[in-house]
Design a protein around this ligand. Structure first.
Ligand code: ADP
Length: 175
């Protein structure tokens, strides 16, 4: 399973599945979530609403992932995951790692060969970028045995120079 860095806007990224840093309501928000719903059109929100009415009445908990159509986006699917809100006094690293693990498991079930991730939790949710990038890269790398029979490539999509530097450093430090 190859790990790559493709900086820019994830809504323009060509991958079978793109991951959304959603919030637990699944009904839209700011940041990358807002961009995905804006560019992907109404079908994504319609499927999110259906999920809320059926299997997820209380919303999607942090660390879990669920797929919908990608609507008008170049991707086939959007995998929605909810990152933890960063907190100074509580270590929620395993919840953030779970976002990557669960998203990759969903991707494998879908048959997605390429999966693109934004820097989950590193925006409004306040996770320090270097640490967010390290968790993203290490956790995805560790999933190769489990999902690599289907998922051929994981694309990290840093938004901005600071994020790009963090992801490049994290990839270099991978042992
Ligand atoms: P969270 O609430 O999980 O922190 P945000 O959407 O606020 O999610 O931010 C997550 C990361 O996504 C941030 O690094 C932000 O800069 C980045 N981001 C925002 N818009 C886009 C986009 N269109 N494509 C890729 N990344 C984006």
């Amino acid at each position: 399973m190859k790990l790559s860095i493709v900086p820019g806007d994830i809504t323009a990224t060509h991958a079978d599945a793109i991951v959304n840093a959603a919030n637990s309501t699944l009904l839209g928000g700011g940041g990358v979530d807002g961009a995905i719903h804006r560019r992907g059109g109404k079908r994504i929100l319609a499927e999110c609403r259906r999920l809320r009415e059926t299997e997820l009445p209380d919303g999607l908990p942090a660390g879990r992932a669920v797929a919908t159509t990608a609507g008008d986006l170049p991707a086939r699917w959007v995998i929605h995951t909810v990152g933890p809100v960063w907190a100074k006094t509580i270590d929620k690293s395993d919840t953030l790692a779970s976002c990557y693990r669960e998203s990759l498991r969903v991707a494998r079930e879908l048959g997605a060969r390429t999966v693109a991730f934004p820097a989950i939790s590193a925006g409004v949710y306040g996770w320090p970028m270097d640490d967010a990038a390290r968790i993203a890269v290490e956790t995805s790398h560790a999933m190769a045995d489990e999902v690599g029979d289907v998922v051929e490539e994981v694309l990290f999509v840093p938004f901005g120079d600071r994020a790009e530097a963090a992801f490049r450093a994290a990839l270099e430090h991978l042992t």
